[in-house]
Ligand binder design. Structure first.
Ligand SMILES: N[C@@H](CCC(=O)N[C@@H](CS)C(=O)NCC(=O)O)C(=O)O
Length: 203
């Protein structure tokens, strides 16, 4: 088994690396240098027709894309610690929060990235107004998360879960492209410090 990976600041492969670190699992990485377009090479497109990383490849050559699907697969193979929850209620909570972060925050940050950033200008038309509106919506989502976190330590469960991994990688990518967490969001800031202090966060 191996993971086709790109280094930081790419947020989606980082989800898998943090997940692996939390599980104490080690698998070989194959670096796909995105700045050189390696993710769009004909060879890599055979592994993921969207030309995106991460991709998990099994020893028989079969491939799995989508960071969360990859982590779900690895959770089945290595159940402890249960990062997707231990029972029906916990699993549903992790799903709920993972989806909320992906749709409510990551989609907005992604829209800022694609429509306003100089690094993506070569990819096609940038719709600057849409990008700037998405920035406002991303910051609004941070305010909402701050309220949610006022009386709990982690997003979905009473302990760390996949939802925290998705939120951490999303917010750190947002900061990389200039969407900082407003300093007054003390609960979100405390949560961010808490999850960033875990050894896995350096992944
Ligand atoms: N939903 C996918 C998103 C994967 C993705 O967008 N990866 C980025 C790198 S962080 C990428 O490969 N972008 C290149 C592209 O979309 O063409 C996942 O969770 O794995």
């Amino acid at each position: 088994m191996k993971l086709y990976n790109e280094n930081n600041p790419a947020p989606n492969p980082r989800r898998v690396r943090i997940f692996l670190a939390e599980k104490g699992i080690s698998i070989p990485f194959v670096h796909i240098p995105m700045r050189q377009g390696a993710h769009k090479s004909p060879e890599f497109m055979l592994k993921n027709s969207l030309g995106q990383v991460p991709v998990l490849e099994l020893d028989d050559g079969s491939t799995l894309s989508e960071s969360i699907a990859i982590c779900r697969y690895l959770e089945e193979l290595h159940p402890a610690p249960a990062l997707f929850g231990e029972d029906a209620w916990q699993r549903a909570r992790v799903e709920m929060w993972t989806r909320r972060i992906e749709f409510g925050l990551m989609s907005r940050i992604g829209a800022v990235w694609i429509n306003t950033h100089k690094y993506t200008a070569h990819l096609g038309t940038q719709y600057k107004d849409f990008g700037e509106a998405s920035r406002d919506r991303a910051v609004k989502a941070m305010h909402w998360l701050n309220g949610e976190l006022q009386d709990r330590e982690f997003l979905a469960l009473e302990r760390y879960s996949m939802a925290d991994i998705v939120a951490l990688t999303t917010l750190d990518f947002g900061a990389f492209i200039g969407i900082d967490m407003p300093a007054e969001l003390e609960h979100l800031g405390a949560w961010h410090a808490r999850v960033s202090a875990r050894p896995s966060a350096v992944a």
